[in-house]
Design a protein around this ligand. Structure first.
Ligand SMILES: NC(=O)c1ccc[n+]([C@@H]2O[C@H](COP(=O)([O-])OP(=O)(O)OC[C@H]3O[C@@H](n4cnc5c(N)ncnc54)[C@H](OP(=O)(O)O)[C@@H]3O)[C@@H](O)[C@H]2O)c1
Length: 239
């Protein structure tokens, strides 16, 4: 199923994996709308993507805004949910209620609201793609907060694959990927962190946004795929 001339929305399309997949879809001839909160970042991303791209400010946690955003489309082929807030990292005893609730509120509630308000305008041959992360797939000590949020998204997506059929609903689960999410480290720290984490993986490196974007496009384009949870993590989930 080609993506040419299809309507694609990428929530969280101004950065990292969202920006990479928006770029790839636009290059394949789709009409892409990217949405996230920061207007300046969005405008720079849209300029980088080129002429097949619209951008719109949206906070996916604001239900009225989400409802209004999707009411602006008459038919939507693919909804890619790639946005994320601050993850609730850390050992169980150190994760605060505030950090956990903020992660639930941003990612789980945000994805839920987008799915809810996009569902009525999805094309019957269309699809939704939810992005989670390795903590939802492997039992990694120190990631119970991430596991709770992302595991909830996996469960929600599998249920929606039946409830919203024939619209297809899938999940992608990346491992560690080099994105601006790690820009809180300085360049040297980041390089050392990526090197150490990559060396521990069977593939010997961490992921790139292009690794993830290519698989996202393959999933949304595959008309026989629904309810799937696809790991793309360099072998991290092997344990
Ligand atoms: N990077 C990794 O190693 C990794 C590993 C596994 C899973 N993941 C998951 O992969 C996805 C993409 O991660 P990334 O590293 O590419 O992230 P990123 O570069 O930090 O980009 C996150 C995007 O989400 C947007 N966003 C944040 N809060 C939002 C909100 N409330 N409403 C709408 N948009 C919002 C951001 O823009 P604004 O801030 O302007 O809103 C930005 O466009 C996330 O779901 C993340 O949890 C990442």
């Amino acid at each position: 199923m080609a993506i040419k001339n299809q309507q694609v929305v990428v929530i969280g399309g101004s950065s990292g994996m969202g920006l990479a997949v928006a770029k790839l879809c636009a290059a394949e001839g789709a009409t892409v709308t990217i949405a996230s909160r920061d207007r300046g970042k969005l405008a720079r991303a849209a300029a980088e993507i080129g002429s097949n791209c619209r951008h719109e400010v949206l906070d996916m946690t604001e239900e009225k805004a989400v409802e209004k955003f999707f009411s602006g489309f008459t038919g939507l082929d693919h909804l890619l949910l790639v946005g994320a807030g601050r993850p609730a990292w850390g050992p169980l005893r150190e994760v605060t209620t505030e950090a956990l609730m903020s992660a639930f509120q941003t990612k789980l509630l945000g994805y839920f609201l987008c799915a809810k308000h996009a569902a009525p305008i999805m094309s019957a041959k269309g699809s939704m793609l939810f992005t989670v992360g390795g903590a939802a797939r492997a039992a990694i000590p120190g990631t119970s907060g991430l596991a709770a949020v992302n595991g909830g998204i996996v469960a929600m997506a599998r249920t929606l694959a039946k409830e919203l059929a024939p619209v297809r609903v899938n999940v992608i689960s990346p491992g560690l990927v080099d994105t601006p999410a790690y820009s809180w480290m300085n360049a040297e720290e980041r390089k050392a962190f990526y090197h150490k984490m990559g060396a521990a993986l069977p593939v010997g490196r961490i992921g790139s946004v292009d690794d993830i974007a290519a698989l996202m496009l393959a999933i949304v384009s595959n008309g026989f795929m629904t309810g799937s949870v696809v790991d793309v993590d360099g072998g991290a989930s092997l344990g």
